[in-house]
Design a protein around this ligand. Sequence first.
Ligand SMILES: [Zn+2]
Length: 383
Amino acid sequence: MFDGILGQERPKALLAKLLDEAQQDSRQKDRIGCAYLFAGPQGTGKKLMASEFIRHLFCATKSACGVCPGCLKLAGGNHPDLFSVTDDGDSLKIATVRAIQEDLRFHPLEAPRKVCLVEGAERFTQEAQSAFLKTLEEPRDDTLFLLLTDNPEALLATIRSRCQIVRFERVRRDQLAAWLQERRGLSASEARVEAAIAGGSPGKALAHIEEMRQLARATAQDGGKKRGDHKTDSEGSSAEDPRVALIREVAALPPAEENVVPLFKLTEKLAQKPGKADNLKMLLRTRLEILQTFFGDMLKIRAGQADEELVNMDLAELIRTRAARESIESLIAKLGLLEETRRALDDNTNARLTLDLLLMQLADLQLGFPPSACGGRVREGSK
Ligand SMILES: [Zn+2]
């Protein structure tokens, strides 16, 4: 049933059982809980699992057949028994809770249960959570709440305790790499890099692969125009891998004192995104993760590990050369800096500024300045 989802064996088993029970006659319905909280890192399959579950629950033949009235309505986005709150990034205010309550006043029309699906449940304001709690406190056996979040701590403890928590875990790196090879036709070394960057999140890996392909296509077209050549084919095979390009550029990063301009140019480049502009942060996070693999690889070299242990095995030579100029202390400091920057991005700070500061600090570390001394100088220098 959940074939498209990698790993997550426990949630799969639990939902299969839940589905089974939901289809029993009404006397048995009280055996199932009324609210489930899918909690786990971004891209581990929470949304996919929820929609697969609903597709089966709403199907007349319980098989997500795709052709019965229930399946067709669901696919058309107009099934009367589903109330769905999608994640558009906005906070969820009390009006959303009211709308949910209003919708749930009615009994299911066609499905065995009414389902209320909330993606990004951490977006509920405190006030909205208090109101929502009241709804959860009066469970009905013909409704089912599916709340999805990658930050369960943002929810009131009283809400969490009203839900059965379904935990989604990060997938093992080798498992993810094998899956990417099989599903996306990556080579073994590509799959290895993608799996390392994604940090156990299949969704993130797929998004990143897609993004890299777009970038490669855009670069190929751009290059074609500039040279006045014929356009390269749509797969852009002539374009350099953006991961390789990024690592090369950062490896050649000049110290901030020498020249500030190239750093800003590089930031421009890092922040550049073909297509949709709404995912800048995710893109930056990915770039930071690539850099983490780069500095992490250097640390491995300094610790005497073999080339085969590197994530960026294909860049072993560059990494060796660069690692010879680094001390273990400075590498650890840089990795710490990258981690800090990633957290700063999560805290909604200005993405561009955060990145500018990071690049300056990385350059300073190259000269051996302590990171804490950089902030003031950077601001002065960039006036
Ligand atoms: Zn069906």
